[in-house]
Write a protein that binds this ligand. Sequence first.
Ligand SMILES: [Zn+2]
Length: 252
Amino acid sequence: MKYPCDTVKDLLPLYHDDVCSASSRRIVEEHLSECPACKKTIEKLNNETYTEQLREEKDAVIGHYAKKARRKSLLAGICAALGLTVPILVTLIVDLATSRKLDWFFIVLTGIMTIASPVVVSLTLKKNRALVSMAAATACLYALIAAIGQYASAAYWVPALIITSVTVLFAWLIFITIRYMKVKGMVKAYVSAALALAIPVAITMYVNYFTARALTWSLIVLAGVLLLGCVLAALFAAARVIINNHKKGGRA
Ligand SMILES: [Zn+2]
């Protein structure tokens, strides 16, 4: 061998990328025909390039389908939004024609928006879909409460706002638990279930206190829900054990 391996190894990347001079190329090729170690190195370089190419092609294909899916979802979102303007427009016309002013139109409008906004948002947005859907639904829900409030007595506001806020607060806590808490899936499931069970309890306690100035029967509801929660948690844990055992048995 005319040249030592170290010299050839310095040239190998240039040779691989086909950017070396003709004389360097000759030196490398001569050396490769005699040296198995350097031959292995160049084969490894070729393999890595191949893997990289495969990865790039795969990413391109996935990107293409993701783009296609996004376009479809955007179209569906726009169609849903347009479709929902039909009942809103009909309500607007009927309300104006029958009462000469906008009465219950705003209730229908905010009601439809509360249900539709999460769907439309999640279909049309690219990022942060869950977060924006939740925010949109929350805003529309409060608009609905305000629209109903226009036609309700003064006694409506406090209970309506408190009950809505309690529900919204727990819904957001469940959302944050599932979306952002860095804990195991199981912990998330238990925390979310506990929060979901807390909604009827909190509302019952409030209504009970509001109507009777005491927490009489809401304590019974609380005990019942706690019992139900414990039973559900135990059943859930038992089901997990059975499933895990089944999986282990399947593997053995
Ligand atoms: Zn060599």
